[in-house]
Design a protein around this ligand. Sequence first.
Ligand code: NDP
Length: 268
Amino acid sequence: MSWHEWRNAPRGDYAVIGDPIGHSKSPQIHTAAYRELGLDLSYEAIRVPEGEFSEAVNHLAQFGYRGLNVTVPLKEHAFAWCRTVAPEAAPLRALNTIDLQTGTGTSTDGEGFFAALAATLTRCPFQRILLIGAGGSARAVAFAAETRGFSGSVWNRTPSRAEALVADLDRFEITTTLDPTGFNLIINCTSLGLMGEAVPLPFELADPDALVSDLAYGPASLPFLEPAREHGLTTVDGLGMLVHQAALAFSWWTGLEAPIAVMHKAAQ
Ligand code: NDP
């Protein structure tokens, strides 16, 4: 997929920034939406090294860009850069969507996760969630879960990070054992799948009706989801989340309803 270094980026309307950025499907997802709705807008993928965030974003704003999606490792930098943060994103201390014209930021990751589940399932009857990981995406999913009245436990390799997350939540507690017993939604929010690995969860102990999800999609989701499937559990990867967080960003920027089906097709 084509991408640009920020200093060489062409003029444009919207972009996703991160490092690395060549793997991002966001340009094809947003471009499909523009095409479907007849919008004369462009969407680029632009590499921005971590130490150059402010310089790059200020340059892109002056260069005419209206909005940016932000991915690894820049989401915390986006939070620090924005003059105003949407109330739902304030506790996250990380953003994935910026309006460059107003200096406002928001996060669509957590809402995107649950919107994807709602689109896949006829109902989302989750009471107890096991969240594995305590990084930026786990934080976004946990806050979105709490606003829906769900509760659960957080496990993380580095327990202090899980403690810091649950300290900001009312309905989640820390767990130090990898045990799926009693949870009806199990979400892998670690980046381990990108290395072809997964935390060793004993799926044989899981409720047979539990839904097992990985925020990663494609091959990176397999190390966690394949063993779950082998134990007869229903699984869902992060592709739907990717599409729905993009759709929410699209609507936030344009005020238009996102053509989800077209965006979903473009992501595959
Ligand atoms: P972060 O870097 O913020 O967090 C990474 C998490 O993975 C931490 O909890 C970290 O634990 C854990 N981890 C990393 N290596 C190991 C390891 N060897 N063993 C155990 N745990 C480990 O990443 P994000 O939260 O931003 O992203 C996490 C995943 O979610 C990625 O796969 C990403 O691609 C995916 N994602 C998908 C989205 C979508 O739209 N589908 C959107 C956003 C993210 P520790 O704290 O101990 O380091």
